[in-house]
Design a protein around this ligand. Structure first.
Ligand SMILES: Nc1ncnc2c1ncn2[C@@H]1O[C@H](COP(=O)(O)OP(=O)(O)OP(=O)(O)O)[C@@H](O)[C@H]1O
Ligand code: NI
Length: 338
């Protein structure tokens, strides 16, 4: 079992209206290459903060202590110097995507690269608009002193709760996906479109060839999330982070997207970090579950152990709350496939 990522004593504090909020308090955990790990906890427990820290997407004003260390060599590609900000799949600033579409090459963006070769910071304001918890800007923060900072979009795919915020409303979806592989894999447009069509087929969008030319508004919420997932995995990242990726969808579509994620992760051998407030949903997908409470990691273990024999009273309370609503055995759906 090789570690993909090692998080050591990670603390994150935000400042809002002069008040400090401790979002994470000394969290340590290891993510094993190829595993499906869920992070659960109630609203405000720090789940997204952890996901953003791993992806290097925390707001610049956040105070960070501890380290997030990428343990295996990052992918080498012709474009691996590109900053996360050029990624249509995660960049929320729509104008940015449009300007790329209009032909301004990524090189015109200020690629912030530290002396030791780490990409440390996309353009400030680049991430504005993608707000959770009141952030007005988001830029990546270098955490730790490793030479192996992963590249968002290339090494890490990120799927957010609301696909509309990660898709450009005025660009055909095929082009949005093609941009990712052009940027990160150095494909020609022709190759990139062919790959985009394959990806739309892989995420089971009906009629992928025609769908290349569709705009986001022509798709349902579930279909949009399929497109966002296609963009997130386009450059074959090692780690896929899904932050409440199914929370905005109705139960049936939610189950379909969970099944889709499960299949894609298995097919590509990706490592999955699945963020959810829903312990039952997490149990259907994850091999291990980590429980956050008020910024602290209270428990981490194999899914079955967490469900059958939780060690912490808080985990038990989460389970009880869920069982009160839904008596179906939590693990009954674990074998479901896409
Ligand atoms: N950019 C920010 N500025 C100030 N405070 C923030 C910011 N982002 C998050 N917080 C605060 O940090 C804490 C943890 O937030 P976080 O979004 O990580 O929790 P979460 O578990 O993802 O919650 P949810 O389930 O609601 O998404 C909360 O108290 C939140 O209000
Ligand atoms: Ni969150």
């Amino acid at each position: 079992m090789t570690a993909l990522l090692s998080i050591r004593d990670l603390s994150v504090r935000y400042r809002r209206d002069g008040v400090e909020v401790a979002a994470l308090k000394g969290v340590s955990l290891e993510i094993t290459a190829g595993e499906r790990l869920a992070i659960i906890g109630e609203s405000g427990s720090g789940k997204s903060t952890l996901a953003l820290a791993v992806a290097g997407l925390l707001v610049g004003s956040a105070k960070i202590d501890g380290t997030v260390e990428w343990k295996i060599p990052k992918s080498q590609t012709p474009h691996s110097f590109a900053p996360p900000s050029v990624l249509p799949d995660i960049s929320p600033t729509r104008g940015e995507i449009s300007s790329l579409a209009a032909g301004s090459p990524p090189a015109t963006l200020e690629v912030a690269e530290s002396g030791d070769g780490r990409a440390i910071s996309p353009l400030e304001g680049e991430m504005s608009g993608r707000t959770e918890g009141g952030a007005t800007e988001r830029r990546s923060s270098a955490i730790g002193k490793t030479q192996q900072q992963p590249l968002l979009g290339r090494d890490i795919g990120f799927v957010f709760q609301d696909p509309s915020s990660s898709l450009d409303p005025v660009m055909p979806i095929g082009k949005q996906i093609a941009e990712v592989t052009r940027t990160h894999l150095g494909l020609t447009w022709r190759e990139a479109y062919a790959k985009a069509q394959t990806l739309l087929d892989r995420v089971r969008l009906p009629n992928p060839e025609a769908a290349l030319h569709a705009y986001p508004h022509q798709l349902s919420g579930g279909q949009k999330q399929r497109v966002a997932i296609a963009a997130a995995i386009a450059a074959a990242p090692r780690l896929l982070i899904a932050d409440e990726a199914t929370s905005a969808l109705d139960t049936i579509v939610q189950a379909e997207i969970v099944a889709l994620i499960r299949r894609l992760v298995a097919e590509d051998g990706m490592t999955l970090l699945f963020i959810s407030h829903d312990i039952a949903l997490a149990a259907t997908l994850a091999e291990r579950i980590a429980v956050l409470r008020r910024g602290e990691l209270v428990e981490i273990g194999e899914t079955r152990q967490i469900i059958d024999a939780p060690r912490h009273a808080y985990t038990r309370a989460l389970l009880d709350a869920h069982l009160g609503l839904d008596a179906a055995p939590l693990l009954a759906r674990q074998g479901a496939s896409a």
